[in-house]
Design a protein around this ligand. Structure first.
Ligand code: GRF
Length: 213
């Protein structure tokens, strides 16, 4: 069984999707062993508590630099024996030390179809504001492996939905979460824990075929 660490900063609806998938028996080779929050007030910590998952608080302001913070985080993850790391709405910039410690073992979920609407400034509601302002007819979510380049790692899974004429950033955010993020993330975590992802450069081959979510 792989020991899964989930990193959060906010509401934790993606964490909840993982907890629910685990409760349904969908993780064949992994178990959520810890939740780490950069924000002491994050509701995600309450979700972890409800599911009897140990929660750790690592406030960014307690470390002088991103590198020092990343090193402290990696130490904690290694100490607790984490095998796989999931960034589920983790709002802190990490440095490459974590990628070196967990090569191709870190997943991130982004609420757009990468390479659109990602990178600097593309977080939270801003992503959906950018998509609406650009006039795209589809948007969605992406789960990718984390590399040193922000939002730039190899893509594991993507799902698209239509943008509707009456969409607001809020309505789009909600539908992208419900119809894409909460489905994609548990699937990708299961595939990674089962060692079913083969990375060739930018391309991720899913061993055993295509995944439909
Ligand atoms: C999600 O939209 C996720 O894609 C992004 O941050 C948000 C986190 O939401 N990276 P939640 O805390 O999981 O509810």
């Amino acid at each position: 069984m792989k020991n899964i660490a989930v990193l959060v900063s906010g509401g934790g609806t993606n964490l909840q999707a993982l907890i629910d998938a685990q409760a349904r028996g969908e993780f064949l080779c992994g178990e959520i062993g810890m939740v780490v929050s950069s924000n002491p007030e994050a509701y995600a910590l309450e979700r972890a508590k409800q599911a009897s998952i140990p929660g750790y608080i690592l406030p960014r302001k307690n470390w002088p630099s991103s590198q020092a913070y990343t090193r402290a985080l990696v130490s904690l993850l290694q100490e607790m024996g984490a095998d796989v790391v999931v960034l589920a709405g983790f709002m802190v910039i990490l440095t490459e030390e974590i990628v070196q410690a967990y090569p191709n073992k870190i997943l991130n979920i982004h609420p757009a179809l990468i390479p659109s609407f990602c990178g600097k400034g593309a977080y939270g509601l801003h992503v959906h504001e950018q998509a609406l302002a650009y006039g795209v007819k589809v948007t969605g979510a992406t789960v990718h492996l984390v590399t040193a380049e922000p939002d730039g790692g190899p893509i594991v899974l993507q799902k698209a939905i239509d943008v509707l004429p009456w969409d607001t950033p809020e309505s789009l955010q909600r539908r992208v979460m419900e119809e894409c993020e909460w489905k994609l993330l548990p699937k990708a975590v299961d595939l990674l824990c089962r060692d079913n992802l083969k990375v060739n450069g930018r391309t991720v081959e899913i061993i055993g075929g295509r995944v439909i979510v």
